[in-house]
Design a protein around this ligand. Sequence first.
Ligand SMILES: [Cu+2]
Length: 65
Amino acid sequence: MKANDAKATDYIPESEKASIVAHTKLLGGGEEDTIEFTIDKKGSYPFICSFPGHVAMMKGVLIVE
Ligand SMILES: [Cu+2]
């Protein structure tokens, strides 16, 4: 919900940055991006598309074992 109001920061809410491991740039249809990041703690890491309305379908979980 906070992402809906974060258009100025490409729908990445500043108030949540401490809990965001990584993010891509804002992408349009057919565009792509590549990012690299390291997770050194086992666990389940939810990921979402933070563009308004997309989270209902565009989400998943990254499992680090
Ligand atoms: Cu999306």
